[in-house]
Design a protein around this ligand. Structure first.
Ligand code: URA
Length: 212
């Protein structure tokens, strides 16, 4: 798998929260940006607290806003299919978003909103300590890597990040819902390759972990 070094340090800072639960409790009343005005609830994130891999999307949609869970609407169903295709159990990974409240009309979050939400995400990363982050779509890939290249250029490669974490950008599942072709070179086809690369990398990283 091709690897690339990023020079910018956009990594997580250490936060004084001991558990994800305590962090989620604090985040639930967050008013740091205008997205808090119209949310039903904060969609903090879910999954294994010690996951090797963290999936980061853009921001909650309508179903997520209603349920309080990330990736459970149409894009979530697509993400589930992608994970199932390589037998990655959803419960074995950690899933969250760049912003924890639904942007109006499901627009992309603004820079200001992402900055306001950054401490929550940085603290999640610091607590879960994933070896790999899968950035779903332009918004997380560009913000985390500090680049302006699009997802078509960024996807399918490992990018080294702060703290030895690897970032692997992939197309956002919503994008795949709008581009149904499975032809060679299509977003769906490339995603199928990408998720296999993720699964292989996870196996490799796990094989290097000390056995308890
Ligand atoms: N649902 C999420 O939780 N995140 C997205 O980016 C899209 C849908």
């Amino acid at each position: 798998m091709e690897e690339r070094q990023t020079t910018q340090a956009h990594g997580p800072s250490c936060r004084p929260y001991l558990t994800l639960e305590a962090l989620a409790e604090r985040a639930a009343t967050c008013k740091r940006c205008i997205l808090s005005n119209n949310r039903t609830q904060v969609v903090f994130g879910e999954g294994a607290s010690d996951a090797d891999v963290m999936f980061i999307g853009e921001g909650p949609g309508e179903v997520e806003d209603q349920t309080g869970r990330p990736f459970v609407g149409p894009a979530g169903k697509k993400l589930d299919e992608i994970l199932e295709s390589v037998k990655i159990a959803r419960a074995s990974v950690y899933i969250t978003n760049m912003v924890k409240c639904q942007p109006p009309g499901n627009r992309a979050p603004t820079k200001v909103e992402m900055e306001a939400c950054w401490d929550w995400l940085a603290a999640q990363i610091a607590l879960v300590r994933p070896k790999m982050i899968v950035a779903l779509g332009n918004t997380p890939a560009q913000r985390l890597l500090g680049v302006t290249e699009g997802i078509t250029q960024l996807r399918g490669r490992l990018h080294r990040w702060t703290g030895g974490i690897e970032i692997f950008p992939m197309f956002h599942p919503s994008y795949l819902l709008r581009h149904q072709s499975k032809e060679k070179g299509s977003p769906k086809y490339l995603t199928w390759l990408d998720i296999q690369a993720v699964a292989e990398r996870i196996s490799y990283l796990r094989s290097r972990m000390p056995q308890s």
